[in-house]
Write a protein that binds this ligand. Sequence first.
Ligand code: ARG
Length: 401
Amino acid sequence: MTERIVLAYSGGLDTSVAIGWIGEATGAEVIAVAVDVGQGGESLETIRQRALGCGAVEAYVADARDEFANEYAMPTLKANALYQGHYPLVSAISRPVIVKHLVKAAREFGATTVAHGCTGKGNDQVRFEVGIQTLGPDLKCIAPVRDLALTRDKAIAFAEEKGLPIETTKKNPYSIDQNVWGRAVETGYLEDIWNAPTKDIYDYTATPEFPPAPDEVTISFQAGVPVAIDGIKVTPLQAIQELNRRAGAQGVGRIDVVEDRLVGIKSREIYEAPGAMALITAHKHLEDITIEREQARFKATVGQRWAELVYDGQWFSPLKRSLDAFIEDTQQYVSGDIRMVLHGGQAIVNGRRSETSLYDFDLATYDTGDTFDQSMARGFIELWGMSSKVASGRDLRVAGE
Ligand code: ARG
């Protein structure tokens, strides 16, 4: 029987050419797998037809938008995950959901190998292949760009020679990856890290310098997940979409960073994640009133580690799973409303309320009638400073000898 390979297919030039390229190099039949994670653009049906037109023997397409929002974006929100303090893991969280569908398609169509369009220099090859190794240990991996010398020039020549139903003239100087959680843009002019991004780079966000009137929004959460916007019930997917639109119109969520890739290269990336950044900001502020101090401090460390693991392609790892359990446990009381103003590139919280809040007005107030006994503070401070005081006494003694 002819060997079968499932290919992660975007519908673009490179993966369209990869269908025939893999076929010629390996003699295998190629099955194209297209997964909708909210990247927009063409319909799945258009993409399916193109895959078949480019020589795929079968095309597997999946609308995974809700799955992605519920099972990948929401855990990222609960973790307040920002890699290196900036990046909300846009591409990093889309790879594991695509991997799940690749492995499912491999089983359905009896494939032995999984192919993807990544280069040998980035994080995404690692995320795909570590995920595939974990979910389908018997499956092999191949990357035509990395392993079969499929360069851009050769791809264009191949598409023209074979008359593939794909545009080869439209030259986008950037490498773009996008989904409902955000958008990542790199390469070209941006590789000079002193160059400021030009306007044409952005798509999810409007220029924050000339914002429309401020937009006040109330986001309601239930156990860490957004459930309503301005009192109207929403699914996680709808919450992200709605905030992409409203925060995007105000230029919220533009990020310009040089980040540390897993493979040891520093690389410049421009992100736009208006919905994600507005949600993370709101969620964090709700945690500030609903999570106890020590638990909150520890959670910040856990969230950072979680972001590193996910960035590094360890979505399906045991440690990530254990951290998920901790984070999930912290979300029990993260319910309530956050009011925020979206304006001029910023999302600023100006009100919060929660039935499960730890904010105690009577303890906090400086007005008369507070319930806090200030006389307790003196003894507390005495003990809190005790060990440092003893140590500094020793230091003085040793210095005087
Ligand atoms: N640097 C990001 C990451 O490693 C995004 C990778 C894809 N970016 C792109 N513009 N194609 O998660």
